[in-house]
Structures are given as C-alpha cells and as structure tokens.
Design a protein around this ligand. Sequence first.
Ligand code: FE
Ligand code: FE
Ligand code: ZN
Length: 306
Amino acid sequence: MIIGSHVSYGSKGLVGSVEEALSYGANTFMFYTGAPQNTIRKPIDKEQVLEAQKLMQENKIDINTVICHAPYIVNLANNLDEAKYNFSINFLKNEVARCEEMAIKYLVLHPGSSVGIEKKQALDNIIFGLNQILKRDTDVTILLETMAGKGTELGRTIEEIKYLIEGVENQDKIGVCIDTCHLNDAGYDMRDFKTFLDTFDKEIGINKIKCVHVNDSKNSINTHKDRHANIGLGTLGFETILNIVNNEQLKDVPKILETPYIGEDDNDKNRIYPPYKMEIEMLKKGEFKENLLEEIREFYKEETKN
Ligand code: FE
Ligand code: FE
Ligand code: ZN
C-alpha cells in the first residue's frame, strides 16, 4: 500500500517533509510549498531538494508518488476581478515550475468557487486557466480534487469534473484526486464504493485517478460540509475506508490522510498530536484501534518525555 499523510514544509523545506513522513511510517506524503492558506512562497532551495531526494531514495519513498497541494485560496473559477484571476493563473504557473524543480509529478488543485457568476462560465474559466498553465512540455500533472460542494464550490460531481477534464488540451497533464470525505459530503455513498468507481470509470476513466485523500467525515452523506474526521470515527467508518484503500484497481495510487490533529480532549483547541502514525498502522494492518485517540496522546506524551 502506498500510504502517507499531509506533512508540513517548514524551515527545512522538503527535507523536513520527508523526515516527518518517515516518523509516521509512511512511504509517500503530501505537502504545500508554504502555508496552505496563503500564497507567500520562497524560491526552491536546490541543496535542500537534493538532500530530500537522497533521503527518499534511502528510505524507499518513490518521488513519483509524492503529492504537492496548491493553496486553497487560488481560484480559477471566478474572473470578475481580473487582477485576482490573473494572479491565480500566474501563481499556479510558478507552483508548477516549483514542482518541476523538485521533480514532483503531481499537484492537487481545488477546482474553484463560482462566487457570483454562472456555473457554466465558472467552469469555462477554470478550463481557460488550466490551458494557460498546462503546456505540452509541462512535467507536472494537475489533479482536480473532488469537492464537498460547500458554498459555491465546483467539482462536486463526476459530471463537473468530467466537463473540466474534457476541456483541457493536454490530456496527459490532467488527472483527478478523489477525497473520501468530500465524496460523502457531496452525496456519493462510500459504503458502495464499487458503484462510485464504476460510474467514475464509465464517465471519466479510472486511470485518471492519481491520488486518494483518505478521510472520514464528521457529517452525513450529501450535507456539503467538508469537515474531516479521524479514520473510523466518522460517518464512513473503518470498514468502508479499509475497503477503499485496499481496492485492487487503485492499488498503485497514493493514499493520503488529511485527518485532524488531536487535542487533550474533544474540546481542546490546542490540537498538537498528529494522528497519522496510528492511522497508517490501522489501515496497513486492517485493524481498528478502539482507543485510537488515547493511543495517539499517550505515544506523543512519551515522546516529549524522552
Ligand atoms: Fe484539498
Ligand atoms: Fe482533500
Ligand atoms: Zn476537505
């Protein structure tokens, strides 16, 4: 199983990301090239990248499965503010260039939100933007993420994703990242993953799926909320998620956890314990840990003692 989680990218850049992934027992990972919620980016440090690539090689992380995620705030859908729209396109061009510099193959992108314009126009804006970014010699594939449909978010349905994909000129540069929490919230029943996958295959083609975001959901199906839950502790449940990560047809596709950090209790705003080590363990073994949250707290409390 190719499985990892979202990891940070701090002062040590990609090296820190690899180290964090290894601390979770992961064999892949996903990172942002800076803060997820802003577009402030530093130039890529070549030395750091070489060191990170070496560390990956030594620890059998295949760089071809590593995922970069674009910040949430770039929006290719709305062009009412032309300067903002052009900023988003330019930012993504640079983000693709940064990925190329690091030899990262996949960049996950939220398709965008229409906010005040007609859906068809918004979808066409995304397509126009993508075609500015993805050229024949681009070495990166952009993966459109399936969204929960919160607010005016696009990419909620297979039909919308299909429309976007079909509009892209360079077909080999575009793919899909499915997110299990988002799909549930969008209205797809993850307990019947086979039906979802068959429909997806018929409409778009299963080979377009290059990444799976593995999250449980705090909300029931079709609620358009987008709040992730820890594995087995949400409405999807452990068996449903286990069935997805073990799907034969998605065997070679990286699975990335984006589940929430843990606090001292459910009301603790100070969420400092990453759940990924234990969640990865559970999914690899196929066994649910009844005391998942306690185990995570205990583990990291011991760690800080030592
Ligand atoms: Fe995302
Ligand atoms: Fe996601
Ligand atoms: Zn989400």
